[in-house]
Every structure is written in C-alpha cells, then in structure tokens.
Design a protein. Structure first.
Length: 218
C-alpha cells in the first residue's frame, strides 16, 4: 500500500517531529505547513482547545484540499484558574518565545504553594467539507520553581512529572511520548488508525462524488 498524505496544521518543528515519530509505523506521509507556500493564518480565537483544534484542521483542509491533523494543546495551572490555557503559546505576547512564556509563568507562580498543573491536548482530523474526528487527553503534573532540561519545547522545562521524577524537558522522546498529553491522545488515534484511514477514504469519496470528480488520492 502506498503512503497517503496527511497534513499537520503547524509550523512548530517540535510538534512535527513528535507526530512523525508517533505515526511512523502507518502508511501515511506526514507533511506540514512548511511543505506548502504561504496560506492565510487561522485565527485561533476559540474559547476551548476543542474549538481551536477543529478550526485549524477544517480551515487548513479546505484551503489545501487534503485531510489535515491539527492539535490544540496547552497548560492549565490550578492556582491561576486554568491559565495560560488556550493562550499558552501567546501567554507572554503574540510573538513570545518559549523562554518568555516560561519566565512569565514562573513569575506568576512566585510565592504560590499549590503548583498543580495539567497539560491538555485535543487532536482533530478533518476533511475539506468539514466532518472531523477528535481525540483528547491530559497529563497531570506540577510547576517547578526554575527551568530544568534541554529537550522538548513550550513549557516542558517547568512541567514536572512526579512518576518519572523529571520535567518533560529532561525526558527522552520515547519517555515523553509514553506519558505526555499529546502522546496519550495520539495513542488513542494510533489504536484506531486503520479505521481512521477507512473513514478518510469514505469521506473523500463522498466529497468527490458530490462534485462529480474522481476520488482524490489523499
């Protein structure tokens, strides 16, 4: 069976690498937005991870004409009423770096004893006409007092996972993929991926039939 094309709706190299590793055993060619010319940015103005993941997946699928996988994920800190939440990537500003986001969060947590936090990931696979599949998972941990580790991205250096006694940034790729929010959500997807491929074939066939076109090879 030749590989099918599945687009990741992201420019984030960390996410691209993780998803390619997690789906490496399946007959899909993973591409990202880096493989295409400029497309209009998706305004991630949803109030939930679910809304943003669907909007990214559906909008990108409609523009490119391929099935698209998008995830929206972020960090929710209990003592900060769930912040940074859906604004995790933009917590310190629209063009904030990972380091700037981490430092702002550490500053907000100064003097706070309750360090409980959780990462949440919502994965959506959409086809151009709109139908989608959704998977979601969380990973619970706590915010440490200073950054530790050099791997990963985002808030990984300050998110401590007690069962392994490490921050995400101190873990190997394999360790992180076993326990992380994204790893667990993708595990759900992996367990059903043969069915997902059939679902994609069916949806794309229906879309092509409605247009009187030949079924596209995704």
């Amino acid at each position: 069976m030749h590989n099918k094309t599945l687009i990741l709706a992201t420019h984030n190299q960390g996410k691209i690498s993780e998803f390619k590793e997690l789906l490496s055993s399946f007959p899909v060619e993973i591409k990202s937005l880096k493989n295409f010319g400029p497309i209009p940015p998706v305004n991630e103005d949803g109030e939930t991870f679910e809304e943003n993941a669907y909007k990214k997946a559906h909008t990108t699928a409609r523009i490119l004409g391929f099935p698209v996988l998008a995830d929206d994920s972020g960090l929710e800190v209990q003592a900060l009423s769930g912040l940074p939440g859906v604004r995790s990537a933009r917590y310190a500003g629209e063009e904030a770096t990972d380091k700037e986001n981490n430092l702002k969060l550490l500053e907000a947590m100064k003097g706070i004893a309750d360090r409980k936090a959780s990462f949440k990931c919502v994965i959506t696979i959409a086809v151009p006409k709109g139908p989608a599949l959704t998977y979601e998972e969380i990973c619970e941990g706590e915010i440490i007092h200073k950054m530790k580790g050099s791997h990963g991205f985002g808030y990984d250096p300050i998110f401590y996972y007690p069962p392994l006694k490490k921050t995400f940034a101190q873990m190997s790729v394999e360790e992180k993929n076993r326990v992380s929010h994204r790893g667990k959500a993708t595990a759900q997807l992996r367990n059903e991926f043969d069915k997902v491929l059939l679902w994609l074939e069916q949806r794309l066939t229906e879309e092509a039939s409605s247009k009187g076109c030949v079924t596209p090879e995704f």
